[in-house]
Design a protein around this ligand. Structure first.
Ligand code: ADP
Ligand code: GLC
Length: 480
């Protein structure tokens, strides 16, 4: 039996701001239990729903040196759907109303978390063969492991994997402050290690010291070796390309299943979706105060409202698109200008645009089920889970060909009758609009072709099965 430990700042169902939580919450369940004991460590945030807090069991506590102080480290535990999840409790760092507090606070919070995650291992009696780190919040783990922890035999020989879910966020702050907080010597703050444009960079530390690096799609693994997508680390990505793989994300097929989803008005599968998706559509139209029209093309958006997701393209052409026979349903939160933009369009095109500016799991399910198409014109997209969910719910993705969107959405080919969605190449608003209009044309003029495409989309397999095997191969190869 090999031991694998995931360490991450969010994990479904406990805390989620984006796809990272979905991956950390669902992948461990799909790692083969016959060969691997896969566990998770995350912070115990004070804002966590009481329902989850009540499930946790106190394991142990101790004090740990950090940033010139001695800090309480509490360990709570729950076994959830067969996976052991540990929570690191400290009120100084994790009393908050959302996971991320901004810089420079997060440097200290997640450096503490990373050191604590390593420190608790002997007391929970779990020696991982591999520590699988996710994103910049855990970037210091491979560095700490290489440093003082080597003095303790328990830690020697533990291997690390660093997974990049989003290279845009790296945990960067000035060297002097960072060095002081994280407690690493000068040795680590050189350009071949954690220094980055004269600042300190936590993700870079992880990428230099991890035994293997993965990211969440093949195309993104190629893209980040180039300056446009590399966020200043493309040189390091090229230098480590032999240790870098792209393994595409899957989604939790139990949670995202239109046949059993309790939040839908009517359940459906790839054989009987036609009438039943319409029932979901009209129910949502009623719920949100849209014009009730079973035949109109409904386009869904469920997203963090940030530049990454291509909302400036939508801003350019939304007025023009709203002249067409379409409805837009938007669910999301994020940058204020995009929140206000969608509120404005709802006001301007009442009955045809609905802007729901908040976070809501249940409404997300309903939108995936109700909409006919799903718009995701990202500027960059490491993988993207929303398009995978929309495929499964028969809402055809309209995407830009980048990262995981390129790898998971097969563009419609009207001559060969293949494809599961629509895509365009350049980051250009009119190219996007042309593609949306092409989708409108197929929807209104060739409904049979559209329906066949919905069936192909719903039948495509984006469960974790194949990708979990690739992670297992990687673990085996590293353990040797
Ligand atoms: P990212 O991680 O970059 O935000 P992904 O597509 O990988 O993008 O994952 C986004 C996840 O978050 C999906 O499961 C999506 O349904 C969900 N999501 C995003 N915004 C909201 C929201 N406002 N309400 C509910 N779910 C949301
Ligand atoms: C990040 C990326 C997204 C990816 C998710 C899970 O948030 O933006 O593309 O799907 O992580 O890996």
């Amino acid at each position: 039996m090999k031991n694998i430990l995931f360490v991450a700042s969010e994990c479904m169902p406990f805390v989620k701001t984006g796809g990272l939580a979905d991956v950390v919450g669902s992948l461990p369940k799909c790692i083969d239990r016959k060969y691997f004991d896969c566990r998770v460590i995350m912070p115990m945030y004070s804002f966590m729903n009481q329902k989850w807090k009540d499930m946790l069991e106190y394991k142990t506590h101790f004090y740990m040196d950090f940033n010139w102080n001695s800090y309480y480290v509490g360990v709570m535990e729950v076994e959830y759907e067969g996976v052991h999840v540990y929570f690191i409790d400290n009120q100084d760092f994790f009393t908050c109303d959302k996971p991320y507090a901004g810089m420079p606070y997060d440097i200290g919070r997640f450096a503490f978390f990373s050191k604590a995650a390593l420190s608790i291992l002997p007391s929970i009696d779990f020696r991982p063969d591999i520590i699988h780190c996710h994103d910049w919040q855990t970037g210091l783990i491979p560095v700490y492991l290489n440093d003082a922890f080597q003095a303790n035999e328990f830690y020697r020989g533990i291997k690390t994997v660093m997974t990049i879910h989003n290279l845009k966020f790296q945990g960067v702050w000035d060297v002097k402050t960072m060095k002081d907080i994280v407690g690493l010597p000068d040795y680590y703050f050189t350009p071949d290690k954690m220094e980055f444009n004269r600042d300190g960079n936590m993700l870079k530390g992880g990428l230099v010291y991890a035994n293997a690096i993965t990211t969440v799609s093949r195309t993104y693994a190629e893209e980040i070796k180039m300056p446009y997508y590399g966020e200043g680390l493309d040189g390091l990505m090229r230098a480590r390309q032999n240790d870098l793989r792209g393994i595409v994300n899957g989604i939790d097929y139990d949670m995202w299943n239109p046949k059993t989803d309790g939040l839908l008005v009517e359940n459906y599968d790839s054989d009987d979706f036609k009438a039943k998706k319409i029932a979901n559509k009209t129910a949502l139209q009623e719920e949100l105060g849209l014009d009730v029209d079973p035949d109109v093309l409904m386009i869904g958006i469920v997203s963090r409202l940030t530049d990454q997701k291509g909302f400036d393209l939508i801003a350019y052409v939304m007025d023009e698109l709203c002249q067409d026979a379409v409805q837009f349903v938007i669910l999301g939160t994020g940058e204020e200008r995009y929140e206000n933009m969608f509120r404005h369009f709802e006001w301007k095109y009442g009955g045809r645009v609905s802007a729901q500016i908040y976070y809501n799991e249940a409404l997300a399910h309903k939108i995936y089920a109700a909409s006919d198409a799903f718009l995701m014109p990202s500027q960059f997209e490491p993988c993207g889970l929303s398009q995978l969910i929309s495929l499964r719910y028969g809402s055809l993705p309209i995407v830009r060909e980048t990262g995981g969107l390129k790898d998971t959405v097969e563009p419609y080919n009207e001559f060969e009758g293949t494809g599961t969605g629509f895509s365009f190449t350049n980051y250009n608003a009119h190219e996007m609009m042309g593609t949306v209009r092409y989708a409108e044309k197929i929807y209104y003029d060739s409904r049979e072709e559209w329906d066949k495409m919905v069936k192909r989309a719903m039948d495509a397999d984006f469960s974790w099965q194949a990708s979990a095997l690739q992670y297992q191969e990687l673990y085996d190869w590293l353990i040797g």
